[in-house]
Design a protein around this ligand. Structure first.
Ligand SMILES: Nc1ncnc2c1ncn2[C@@H]1O[C@H](COP(=O)(O)OP(=O)(O)OP(=O)(O)O)[C@@H](O)[C@H]1O
Ligand SMILES: [Mg+2]
Length: 321
């Protein structure tokens, strides 16, 4: 079997009304990794996930998931999905949502109870399992959403904007949960436009906009560009030194000076100047391009894509689990 859990070639989607949401996507996702699909609103991220989970049909192209053609029914049993903007029936309890998903995914009833208990514990929802969804915070709903995506013990899990509206503590918990899923040998495919969320955990990313993939690879490979030295110091620079640095086009920000050069020699006069002032150098480091810099470089400054005809058409609401 191919080492890729997902192997897509030339996937296209044109929605009714003529919106070309995907213009020929080639994508290979290795087994057992955390894969990030990044892109601004309207890039086509959810469209890819909907095609792979057969919520919608592709207009062209081919591909395999877990070694079988896209749409293979048996394979879908090994796939978990947390759709974008999921809304569970508000009158169900958290536990019932997971059990309902287990029923839909044909999980044997003998296994459902044990698995639901384990999943509730995994997403820290054991205590609140008997409360109705309508009493949950956004973060709690998302945790139940992730748990129901895991109920079939999937090999690949699609999480579409999983931390939408979740607070920083919740995001942190999410990252540790996703790492745990990878350790269990699963592949986790995450759609997001929140870059900071992925940066600490992703193994590979694809960056897309306007229905096309603009860059793909390991973060370190993509971030080849070093942006320059940063010299950190403690204390207050005199106005004279400050203006000398600023005249030299260096960015001075509180306790650090940022140089637009990756040559260590260029950092020396800055270090000398700071030391002559009697201040302490605390750090000298060569900074790499952040994921955000990379993203902006590929996608362009604006967070929205250029207008596409019919772009105002709302995507369909995904059937709830
Ligand atoms: N049912 C639909 N009918 C027509 N156009 C659609 C439909 N669903 C999505 N689109 C269009 O397809 C394009 C891609 O949408 P998609 O939802 O895949 O983007 P996305 O990257 O997931 O964006 P977001 O970050 O906002 O979730 C957009 O231009 C969108 O307006
Ligand atoms: Mg989306």
């Amino acid at each position: 079997m191919s080492d890729y859990v997902l192997d897509l070639s030339g996937i296209r989607k044109t929605y009714r009304g003529g919106v070309e949401a995907l213009k020929g996507i080639d994508l290979q996702v290795p087994r057992g990794c955390i894969y990030g699909l990044l892109g601004p609103n309207g890039a086509g991220k959810s469209t890819i996930v909907k095609i792979l989970t057969t919520l919608i049909r592709r207009s062209g192209g081919d591909g395999t998931m877990l070694g079988k053609p896209i749409g293979d029914r048996e394979t879908l049993q090994k796939v978990g999905l947390l759709p974008e903007h999921t809304q569970f029936p508000p009158y169900l309890t958290g536990r019932q949502v997971i059990e309902f998903a287990a029923g839909l995914q044909n999980v044997p009833s003998a296994l459902t109870r044990e698995r639901t208990d384990a999943l509730l514990a995994k997403v820290w929802m054991t205590e609140s399992q008997h409360r109705q969804i309508k009493t949950y915070s956004k973060g709690m709903k998302q945790r139940i959403g992730i748990a129901q995506a895991l109920v079939s013990d999937p090999k690949i899990i699609f999480l579409d904007e999983p931390t939408d509206g979740v607070d920083p503590a919740g995001r942190r918990e999410f990252r540790s949960l996703v790492r745990e899923l990878r350790e269990e040998g699963r592949t986790i495919f995450i759609n997001t436009h929140i870059l900071s969320e992925l940066e600490p955990i992703v193994d590979r990313v694809a960056i897309m906009a306007n229905g096309e993939i603009l860059g793909e690879g390991k973060l370190d490979e993509l971030r080849t560009e070093k942006t320059g030295y940063v010299v950190g110091f403690e204390g207050q620079l005199s106005a004279k030194s400050l203006s000398k640095l600023q005249d030299g086009d260096l960015e001075v920000d509180g306790g650090s000076v940022r140089l637009p050069s990756t040559n260590a020699l260029d950092a020396q006069p800055v270090i000398d100047l700071i030391r002559q002032e009697g201040l302490v150098i605390t750090d000298v480091s060569l900074k790499s391009q952040s994921l955000e810099d990379l993203f902006i470089g590929l996608v362009g400054g604006g967070s929205s894509p250029p207008p596409v005809p019919g772009n105002s058409v709302q995507p369909p609401r995904i059937p709830q689990a």
